[in-house]
Design a binder for this molecule. Structure first.
Ligand SMILES: *[C@@H]1O[C@H](CO)[C@@H](O)[C@H](O)[C@H]1NC(C)=O
Ligand SMILES: *[C@@H]1O[C@H](CO)[C@@H](O)[C@H](O)[C@H]1NC(C)=O
Ligand SMILES: *[C@@H]1O[C@H](CO)[C@@H](O)[C@H](O)[C@H]1NC(C)=O
Length: 368
């Protein structure tokens, strides 16, 4: 009885605990639709530090309405009617209530406005990541980016900072739709040697956007917004969902959008000398990405090139790479041999999904 009561108290405690933490989706005023007071504005410039509800700003921050004209460029906003622009060294900040020890991913949409290479420093102390936004992957000028962190405190501050110093302070990226999602890093199962093999666990995908979410390169794997996986090389991969794209299996998959400049990788524990099979799906996202595609997979000294003819209407095939492990940690890597673009000029590529890595039992064991 005593034990029950203690268990119940613990349960209530954790329920209360979770009730205060953020729910998945847009942050409070994450789409900047709650407007600052006119008295705290000068033209498009936001004057007060706390003028934008729920946010704290610093530096030259502009509040941009959809349809705002900058030179010949008409600025459109992906969600609702408003977005912010971060000028030189400007930042926006929001306090988040989280569960200590848990992993979270942040998804936000950004667009660059001038020709310069632009970068954003996203941070939640003590983690930070520099996200390059110089390459336009989407066709509408906006892309969504994911980043992840592990909460070391119950209350943390998310900061999105433009470290750029441009001559024109009105040059600087636009930001809209900032969302959060709790990540539950998948554990290994007896059936598979890869974590998150089907890419089902990943960052928040905006229900209203049609361009997927970019997983940037150079993030440590324990802080990946795509748990278990790393993006190597220089460029991002795109995380896609079945609501907006054709996906081989489950609800989520990865589109290799940057040719050999982006590679999706995971390190698996293997036994030297043992034979393994890496099985995976290669397909297209049904997004009008047409062409002769090739996905290369590498593991140990094994490599395979899987050709796939994409009509851009969805579909996939299964592929296998059999290899012998040389060491105890084997890196499994996928990349697209070629660059592909859609008719609107945006980058696209083959889709990888439903990956499994299994050891091959010896023929004697099979006979038994
Ligand atoms: C508003 O902007 C104008 C033009 O940039 C500037 O001259 C003026 O000093 C600003 N006013 C305030 C209150 O910052
Ligand atoms: C990004 O911002 C964080 C927090 O302000 C800072 O500690 C870090 O040094 C910055 N990173 C770079 C590369 O400037
Ligand atoms: C999606 O769009 C609807 C209607 O415009 C809006 O109410 C909702 O907040 C949007 N959701 C997200 C997550 O952006």
């Amino acid at each position: 009885m005593m034990l029950h009561r203690a268990a119940l108290a613990l349960l209530l405690c954790s329920a209360v605990h979770i009730a205060f933490a953020m729910t998945d989706g847009l942050l409070p005023n994450g789409n900047f639709e709650a407007t600052p007071k006119a008295s705290e504005m000068n033209g498009t410039q936001v004057l007060g530090r706390y003028a934008i509800p729920q946010w704290e700003i610093s530096g030259f921050v502009e509040y941009i309405e959809s349809g705002h004209k900058q030179g010949d460029m008409l600025l459109v906003v992906p969600e609702g009617a408003y977005a912010v622009r971060l000028g030189n060294e400007a930042s926006i900040k929001q306090k988040l209530t989280v569960v200590k020890g848990m992993y979270y991913s942040i998804t936000f949409s950004a667009a660059r406005t001038c020709a310069q290479d632009e970068r954003l420093n996203v941070s939640v102390t003590p983690d930070s990541g520099m996200l390059p936004i110089q390459t336009m992957y989407g066709s509408v000028g906006w892309d969504s980016y994911a980043w992840a962190f592990r909460a070391l405190f119950e209350v943390v501050h998310l900061v999105i900072h433009n470290p750029g110093v441009e001559e024109d302070p009105a040059c600087g990226p636009l930001i809209d739709s900032v969302a959060i999602k709790t990540l539950y890093p998948p554990r290994l199962t007896r059936d598979n040697l890869l974590k998150n093999r089907d890419f089902e666990e990943g960052p928040y995908v905006f229900p209203n956007t049609t361009w997927g979410v970019l997983i940037p390169p150079n993030i440590e794997d324990d802080h990946s917004p795509l748990p278990g996986w790393m993006v190597e090389s220089l460029k991002a991969v795109k995380y896609i969902d079945s609501d907006h794209f054709s996906v081989p299996h489950g609800k989520r998959a990865v589109e290799l959008v940057a040719g050999k400049e982006s590679a999706l990788a995971q390190v698996a524990r293997t036994i030297p000398g043992k034979v393994y099979t890496l099985t995976f799906s290669v397909g297209d996202a049904g997004n009008g990405c047409v062409g002769s595609m090739v996905v290369e997979a590498f593991a140990s000294r094994g490599t395979v090139k899987i050709p796939y003819e994409s009509k851009g209407t969805g579909g996939y095939k299964r592929a296998v790479l059999r290899f012998t492990a040389a060491v105890e940690r084997t890196r499994v890597v996928f990349l697209s041999t070629f660059y592909h673009t859609k008719t609107d000029g945006s980058l696209c590529g083959p889709v990888v999904d439903d990956v499994s890595l299994l050891s091959v039992r010896s023929p004697r064991a099979l006979r038994r």
